[in-house]
Design a protein around this ligand. Structure first.
Ligand SMILES: [Zn+2]
Length: 116
């Protein structure tokens, strides 16, 4: 998903105050901006511990996507940011299919189901 071409360094800083959590990051156009957890969404890549986060800049309304490394992911999860887990693009391997078949056991419900 990430092409490895974006080498810009974006800061992401979390400020926890008494009433709300402020996430300070940067907009490509506006520079430093402050967001709340409700402004951010996190997408996790299954089993990787990394992903991306996205937000709409409150000033220019530009939707921005940023890669999230494991540190950023753990920070954002700790703040209660809404997240979802993305399915991996990896095809299911023969070994996984076999493991699944083995997990079903030797019960003969499967042929019966197929004939129904
Ligand atoms: Zn902006």
């Amino acid at each position: 998903m990430f092409q490895g071409t974006d080498i810009r360094v974006h800061t992401l800083e979390v400020l926890t105050e008494t009433t709300m959590t402020t996430i300070r990051t940067t907009c490509n156009r506006c520079g430093d901006i402050e967001l709340t957890t409700a402004d951010l969404r996190l997408e996790l890549v299954a089993d990787s511990g990394t992903g991306q986060y996205m937000f709409e800049c409150p000033f220019c309304e530009c939707l921005q996507h940023r890669p999230a490394n494991d540190r950023v992911v753990s920070i954002l999860l700790a703040t209660g940011v809404e997240y979802r887990v993305l399915p991996t693009d990896e095809p299911i391997s023969e070994a996984e299919i076999q493991a699944f078949a083995d997990a079903l056991g030797d019960d003969d419900w499967y042929p019966a189901f197929m004939q129904a």
